[in-house]
Write a protein that binds this ligand. Structure first.
Ligand SMILES: [Zn+2]
Length: 249
């Protein structure tokens, strides 16, 4: 603990992508320092609030927005699922990490997959069970589920990886549970995208305590490469986001 916050609620971390310890300050928001890694250009909050201090952000209020407009959500998730199913060329087991109420799971099941989902917010999980009839949706962290080795044909993480407290533990676990020839799809904001505001502090994705990391396609692919996962395909988006597909190297 070498951060400037004497309360012990903050921790300083080495860069999760390149393990570097040199950071250039960018700006502060809500008392949290946003920095850029000198080694790899990852943007992150560092020092950052400890995870115990962050868990309050995953309350019912947070996921209410996901539960509204269920029909629209399901239609959108159906498009996402078909975009993965086509290049994969087969059905099988689909895991959605940070699945919220389970709309991706429901769409995957409708497309012929067997779907699993894991989510921190209990109200979202309850909605998925009772309203969407999902059996394999569970409340907790991804890492705690101890899914079998080489089990999933697809693992999706939509707008989740920027939140996880231990990035390398999460990506290692993704690599472990993915079947040979399976696909991991990651969607996350893109800090290097032409469509984001020139003044980074004004970008709507800058969220203290919530979005801990701000990837570019390069830093995301470098992180996955360090866990023997290689980029298969990246969809180019008009909004400032990355949509990337990885498989075992
Ligand atoms: Zn770095």
């Amino acid at each position: 603990m070498d951060g400037p916050h004497p309360s012990g609620r903050f921790e300083t971390i080495p860069c999760p992508v390149c393990a570097g310890r040199n950071f250039s300050p960018l700006f502060e928001k809500a008392g949290e320092p946003f920095v850029c890694c000198a080694g790899c250009a990852l943007v992150l909050i560092n020092p950052r609030p400890r995870f115990e201090a962050l868990e309050h952000t995953y309350d019912a209020q947070y996921s209410r927005g996901y539960i509204d407009k269920a029909d629209k959500k399901l239609a959108r998730c159906t498009r996402w699922v078909s975009r993965v199913a086509k290049p994969l060329g087969r059905r099988g087991n689909w895991l959605d990490v940070g699945c919220s109420a389970g709309f991706v799971m429901a769409a995957a099941e409708a497309a012929g997959f067997t779907a699993w989902g894991v989510e921190l917010e209990p109200a979202a999980v309850e909605f998925g069970r009772s309203e969407l009839g999902l059996e394999r949706i569970v409340c907790g962290t991804f890492e705690a589920q101890r899914y079998p080795d080489a089990f999933f044909d697809v693992v999706s993480m939509y707008d989740v990886i920027e939140h996880v407290p231990d990035l390398n533990a999460t990506v290692q676990e993704l690599a472990r549970v993915l079947k040979p020839g399976g696909l991991i799809e990651i969607r996350t904001p893109d800090v290097s995208h032409w469509a984001r505001p020139r003044e980074l502090a004004r970008w709507k994705e800058i969220k203290p305590s919530e979005h801990l990391y701000y990837f570019s396609p390069d830093t995301l692919t470098r992180l996955f490469a360090s866990h023997d996962l290689r980029l298969v395909h990246r969809r180019l988006l008009f909004k400032a986001a990355i949509d990337a597909f990885y498989t075992h190297a």
